[in-house]
Design a protein around this ligand. Sequence first.
Ligand code: SF4
Length: 305
Amino acid sequence: MLLSRDELKARIAELCKEKNAIIMAHNYELGEIQDIAHFCGDSLELSMKAANVDADVIVFCGVHFMAETAYMLSPDKTVLLPNEKAGCAMADMADAGALRELKAQYDNPFVACYVNSTAAVKAECDVCVTSANAVKIMQQAPKDREIIFVPDMNLGRYIEEQIGRKMILWEGFCPIHHRITPDMVEKRRAEFPEAEVIVHPEAPLEIIHMADEVLSTGGMLRHLNATDKKQFIIATEGGIIYRMQKEHPEKQFIPLSEQLVCPDMKMIRLEDVVKSLETMTTKIVVDESIRINGVKPIKRMLDLS
Ligand code: SF4
């Protein structure tokens, strides 16, 4: 029998109570998923929450590396990813074996990874960063060691500029943010000359240079609480606009382009969450030897944040 959206939401609430489960969702998820989440946030906020969550089960509405991170921080919990196909094209651009080979070419490099990386890649690193804390953390990198940054070259270039240091950059990128062009920004600015342009640091550096603000999704939401401005061009994955509009109905949010949609972030539906809780699938686990090494850079990040 097909359930209505309201019936699905009621069933999810019932199952969460029964299983002592908490639903965590990334800011890019579909609106209906953000609405049922107990906690919505960016990668840093979700990691911090996962480290201190008071529940037996975490239903992670996001992509695979996020659920892995939650598991690494809370291995005593059951971590469920409601759609096992939800991955991250950028995280898949780096693998641990190739990173080990790169590390071997340098004398004791300091290795930093963006949180958008696999557990096995994290296990090769000294510190992890998110877009919310990357500059602050990389400013604290040892001055006497070369830095390898993996996998996002766009975020890496932004960090280089902010901290005034060159790094050895992995040539990965987010296909969604990487497709942003100067033409897109110019066109929208011409249409909405009063609007503030807010860009995510996964965008190419030339786009970042055109922005009024460069912020993580969590940073964008905090910025909106603090500003009196009324109109914004949003240059990141479009899912964030749902939350922006919900929290600020008096403000106008214009997507930079309708093309900025991550298919992986749109895979989880209410039906998947119900099924996930009913069948306790798909459980995300990380091999313990990888987890022990992979959680170290995440904990270091949380300590430095
Ligand atoms: S938006 Fe980009 S970085 Fe985020 S999950 Fe999709 S591919 Fe990965």
